[in-house]
Write a protein that binds this ligand. Structure first.
Ligand code: COA
Length: 159
């Protein structure tokens, strides 16, 4: 079985992430969305909330599941017997960090291949922090995130 792992902070998941998830589901027998627990990013949603938003958003995708991980990503990917780390590339500025991360992961474990997918161009400007910022300032994010995320952001920022 060909397994791909799609890691990230997902604080919160957006339609851009979901676009990558749907594309990945067509390439792998199973896709595991791996939500990072250790994080210097100080997420606004806790790990259970971030997982719940994803679970809710992928309920119609039969070969996709959600999990979380601590420690090195390559160790988690090996434990899951996965072949590949899936990453989204949106704009050229993503490339440098992604390239460094992919090379570091390859030097840690040469068996694991990082695969880059491009989301639809209508999502290239999206990031979780831009969503948080717009929601905090009471802007409309309804075309950019699943309903469950929009509602949670509204509650969080008291809209
Ligand atoms: N649509 C919308 N946004 C996207 C996106 C897409 N398709 N792809 C990436 N992004 C955004 C994310 O929302 C995030 O936005 P933010 O910074 O505003 O919150 C940003 O791009 C980068 O996020 P992401 O690509 O998900 O990376 P991350 O920083 O959240 O996660 C880990 C990085 C968790 C995968 C990485 O730190 C890791 O592997 N950690 C484990 C420890 C380890 O092994 N370290 C060594 C790695 S070399």
């Amino acid at each position: 079985m060909k397994i791909g792992v799609y890691p990230g902070t997902f604080d919160p998941i957006t339609f851009g992430h979901l676009d990558i998830i749907v594309r990945s589901g067509k390439l792998f027998d199973k896709v595991i969305i791996a939500v990072a627990e250790d994080n210097t990013k100080n997420p606004i949603f806790n790990i259970e909330e971030r997982k719940q938003f994803i679970e809710h958003s992928i309920s119609d995708l039969k070969n996709v599941e959600v999990s979380s991980f601590k420690g090195l990503l390559v160790n988690y990917v090996s434990e899951k017997n996965a072949l590949s780390i899936i990453r989204g590339l949106r704009v050229l500025s993503d490339f440098e960090d992604e390239f460094k991360m992919a090379l570091m992961n390859r030097s840690l474990n040469d068996e694991i291949v990082t695969m880059f997918l491009m989301p639809h161009e209508k999502y290239t400007h999206l990031s979780s922090s831009i969503i948080r910022e717009v929601a905090r300032l009471q802007g409309d994010v309804s075309t950019l995130v699943p309903k469950i995320v929009r509602e949670a952001l509204e509650t969080k920022f008291n809209k």
